[in-house]
Write a protein that binds this ligand. Structure first.
Ligand code: HT7
Ligand code: ZN
Length: 892
């Protein structure tokens, strides 16, 4: 497979001005006709026109109405090349192709989902529809005529405005769509099927009435109310916060059960994985409701950040994704609790992004090369979290107003253009006359910077000094790194726990006056010192407030300092962070005790510290739930020289049980005081209440005390919504035994008709850390609701493969103790699945194979076992480029 490099970017030789597409959809085949107005970049160019095409049957090519004969063009398995073209300012190219959507299990290009046609073109799926210059800097105005059997496909949708529709002979009908805005082909979309819509309207601030439609099978319509609420909230928020208004009269969302990712921002026709649209209190949890809000917002926000202004090439992915993820994070913060959202986002960064940045797939925010672009869409539902952090740093440095000025200038300069990350940087800089020093390094260097901070207080001089040193570990292809620009938001606490009003800070020969309780230190060199003056007593520094830069921080703060911050910091994020740092330190020490067969004992101060957070009624309840949740096993393993899944698992379980046992009275009170019999409401106070109650319940149930098991069973039975019911189920499922088996069976019986709920049931079991879970997961593969091993059935019923694969296999890899079972059974299980799955869906298979990518972090036995699986995968026949890229880079 060919590697593509950013440094090789060249402008296209030909631009496409207009594209008229016509689809004749059929059960056995679909005919796609395209008519493109082409104009050479340089007048009189004699360059060949190279079009991408994959799995297409070429029917005919015409240039200026003249049919080309076989010798007039070159066709290989990936390209159609037209060597000689008219030396005119523009000419018309017409291409007819035949494709087979019903056989397309890759869910890339045009495929069928539950009998309906739908498309996914990002990143490079359009080339599976027709021959085209499939690159985002080809921006054209499109029309799309869709024709299909009327009874099978009564609804025909595409981008833009509906121009005309009508019946044609043979029981067929058509719809003609026109998109008035230029777009790259990855934003093209088509949907045809039996769908009903929930309709609403939104009036923009300039008075445009936009018709909003959410399309699903008719029986699911009642479950789209929250999605519609989310869409309207997002439209309003984008006007209020970014001054961005919707630009067409119609906005469609379609929910499909079969989708490789969360959703897709196609112009005016967003396509969603059903799990991110459908919600009712009985079938969706608070987490689902929150994800729907965030992802509906995310896709809508792309209308400006991604669609109106798009990427010049795929290396610039962060230009749209980093910015749009940042925007959806801000949206969700404004709709709920800012601190809690920040904690959740930073946790995700630590779980998904930091480990990736330390492994063989590490790449900068703007990668230098790729084999398969799809492999760069990593993370969970939301990827590019590092890119979002980079955008957040602009805002931290410029303040809200300065950031908004930068955004305004960006749109003023680049509307309807395909641009680069430098263009965004330049807009931010120019709009504010800002000095961003070496900030651009964030785009080009891979790896998570490690920042060490040493503090010292000089009582005589009344100064407090912070010395920073930064280092970015080597990553593949980048053995050495330059210093980068790290904004450090700092506050200093006095002995009462109050913020000291900072008056001035001395740095690099200059004294800067401040007069506020926190300030931003601009750390731009490998080593740098900042000295605060007029500090009356030794303060406790609160560093990187709000997680002001995506770095790993190592400080010289004592445990007492950290307990002090946990109890007093005015920055809530840093209160949580102090608890996490303490927990990580303490767990790492216990891991070493465990490895050396020393008895485990939990520091009583830690229990006390968490205990006081637990009973602090002034704190937000969801914040408390987060504060008493221990760092995950992956996070602890990430800090070890050789990751030891068994030790980390045993220690985390031990700490949880100790906490539960010592704090049981408070935990029980929390469960009892936070029940509600009221109807389900999705708002922050209610979600926070449920989160706290269910976290407490899980702690108590972990004790395996019959009275708490009874309590969890009664919570399970009396629950009036899925959030509470599923939380009680999960609490009970921690402990192997009959109660677990019975309650899991009961839940399946209740929900077997709802595949989204059944997928949660799969996920709960596959990600379970109960001993020997590999065997249970294998059994689940035989469950009637699971279909991976029958590709024919899979084609008919894709949802049972794709979503369930995520639930079952993805969940399994997320349970370190079972995936890394020392006998290699977890690795073998995944290896076999990857080879099988790669034939059905390479994008999903490559995401699964990434679970092996950090195999070198484990002991020799595990290394050998994982390596053997990677080698086995590499030797499989007909391996996809997607899996090849991950497996080969992992082995390198
Ligand atoms: N921009 C969208 C990315 C996406 C995608 C990428 C590769 C393969 C399949 C895909 N489905 C959607 C999604 C987003 O930004 O949320
Ligand atoms: Zn996106």
């Amino acid at each position: 497979p060919k590697e593509i490099f950013l440094k090789d970017y060249t402008k296209p030789d030909y631009y496409f001005e207009t594209v008229d597409l016509s689809f004749s959809l059929g059960e056995e085949k679909t005919i796609v006709s395209s008519l493109i107005k082409v104009s050479p970049r340089v007048k009189g160019s004699s360059a060949p026109l190279v079009l991408n095409g994959h799995d297409l049957k070429l029917l005919s090519v015409k240039v200026e109405g003249k049919l080309l004969k076989e010798g007039d063009y070159k066709l290989d398995s990936r390209h159609l090349t037209l060597p000689s073209l008219p030396a005119k300012e523009s000419f018309v190219l017409e291409i007819d192709t035949e494709i087979y959507p019903h056989k397309n299990t890759s869910l890339d290009g045009l495929y069928k989902s539950s009998g309906n046609f739908c498309t996914q073109c990002e990143a490079e799926g359009f080339r599976k529809i027709t021959f085209y210059q499939d690159r985002p800097d080809i921006m054209a105005k499109y029309t799309c005529r869709v024709e299909a059997d009327k009874s099978l496909y009564p609804v025909l949708l595409s981008n833009g405005n509906l121009i005309s529709q009508g019946d044609i002979e043979g029981g067929r009908h058509f719809a003609l769509w026109e998109d008035p805005f230029k777009k790259p082909c990855y934003l093209f979309a088509l949907v045809a099927g039996q769908l009903a819509s929930r309709d609403d309207t939104f009036t923009t601030r300039s008075g445009r009435e936009v018709s909003l439609k959410i399309w699903t099978p008719a029986e699911d319509l009642p479950k789209t109310a929250h999605a519609m609420y989310s869409l309207k909230a997002a439209m309003k928020w984008d006007e209020d916060v970014f001054g961005l208004e919707y630009d067409l009269d119609l906005f469609n969302i379609v929910a499909v059960p079969d989708f490789n990712m969360g959703a897709m921002e196609n112009k005016s026709l967003n396509i969603f994985n059903s799990k991110l649209v459908l919600a009712s209190p009985e079938t969706a949890t608070d987490a689902d409701y929150a994800a729907i809000l965030g992802v509906i917002g995310h896709e809508y926000f792309h209308n400006w950040t991604g669609n109106r202004v798009t990427c010049r090439d795929w290396f610039q992915l962060s230009l749209k994704e980093g910015l749009t993820v940042f925007r959806d994070q801000e949206f969700s913060s404004d709709m709920g609790s800012r601190t809690v959202k920040r904690i959740a986002d930073v946790s995700k960064l630590r779980i998904y992004q930091f480990p990736q940045d330390a492994g063989p797939m590490a790449h900068p925010v703007r990668p230098h090369s790729y084999i398969k672009m799809d492999n760069f869409y990593t993370g969970n539902i939301v990827f590019q979290s590092n890119g979002a952090e980079v955008v957040r740093m602009y805002k931290t440095l410029l303040g809200s107003e300065g950031f908004r000025k930068g955004i305004d200038l960006y749109f003023q300069r680049h509307d309807e253009q395909a641009v680069t990350c430098e263009d965004f940087f330049a807009a931010m800089r120019d709009a504010n006359n800002a000095d961003f020093a070496n900030f651009l390094q964030w785009y080009s260097q891979a790896g998570t910077p490690v920042v060490k901070v040493a503090s010292s207080y000089n009582a005589e001089a009344r100064t407090f000094s912070l010395k920073f040193s930064q280092e970015i570990p080597p990553t593949p292809g980048q053995p050495t790194k330059e210093a980068t620009f790290i904004p450090v938001v700092v506050g200093l606490l006095d002995s009462n726990g109050k913020d000291i009003t900072l008056s001035s800070v001395y740095h690099d020969g200059t004294l800067q006056t401040i007069s506020s309780s926190s300030t931003i230190l601009r750390v731009t060199k490998k080593e740098e010192e900042f000295v605060f003056s007029d500090i009356a007593e030794r303060p406790v520094p609160s560093l990187f407030r709000g997680f002001s830069a995506p770095v790993r921080v190592e400080t010289d703060l004592s445990d007492d300092d950290l307990f002090f911050l946990l109890a007093h910091d005015s920055d809530e994020f840093n209160r949580w962070e102090a608890g996490q740092v303490l927990a990580r330190k303490l767990m790492l020490n216990l891991v070493s005790d465990f490895q050396q067969n020393r008895p485990l004992a939990l520091n009583p101060k830690f229990i006390q510290g968490l205990g006081s957070v637990l009973s602090d009624s002034t704190l937000d309840k969801e914040f408390i739930a987060k504060a008493i949740t221990l760092p995950g096993e992956g996070e602890i393993m990430d800090m070890m020289a050789v990751a030891d899944p068994d030790a980390v698992h045993a220690v985390r379980k031990f700490v949880r049980k100790q906490l539960a046992s010592e704090l049981k009275t408070e935990l029980l009170k929390i469960v009892e005081n936070n029940r509600s019999t009221e109807a389900y409401v999705f708002d922050h106070p209610n979600m926070a209440r449920r989160a706290l109650k269910n976290t407490a319940l899980a702690y108590l149930t972990s004790l395996e005390d019959p009275s708490y098991v009874e309590l969890a069973l009664s919570e399970y039975k009396s629950a009036t919504n899925l959030t509470d019911q599923f939380a009680a189920l999960a609490a009970l499922a921690q402990n192997p035994g009959k109660t677990r088996d019975d309650v899991l069976a009961d839940f399946y019986n209740k929900w077997q008709g709802d595949y989204l709920v059944v997928n949660k049931w799969f996920l709960l079991q596959s990600s379970s850390d109960i001993p020997g879970n590999v065997e249970n997961v294998k059994k689940l593969l035989d469950h009637p609701a699971f279909d991976l091993r029958n590709p024919n059935k899979a084609i008919l019923c894709l949802q049972t493969t794709i979503i369930q694969v995520y639930s079952l296999i993805g969940g399994f890899c997320g349970s370190p103790v079972n995936f890394h079972a020392k006998d290699g059974s977890g690795y073998k299980f995944l290896g076999d699945i990857v080879v099988q799955l790669d034939k059905i869906n390479p994008q999903v298979a490559s995401r699964m194979v990434s679970a092996f990518s950090r195999w070198k972090r484990y002991d020799e036995t595990r290394q050998a076992l994982a390596k053997a699986q990677l080698e086995m995968i590499m030797s499989a026949n007909g391996l996809s480029e997607n899996v090849f890229e991950i497996a080969s880079k992992s082995l390198a």
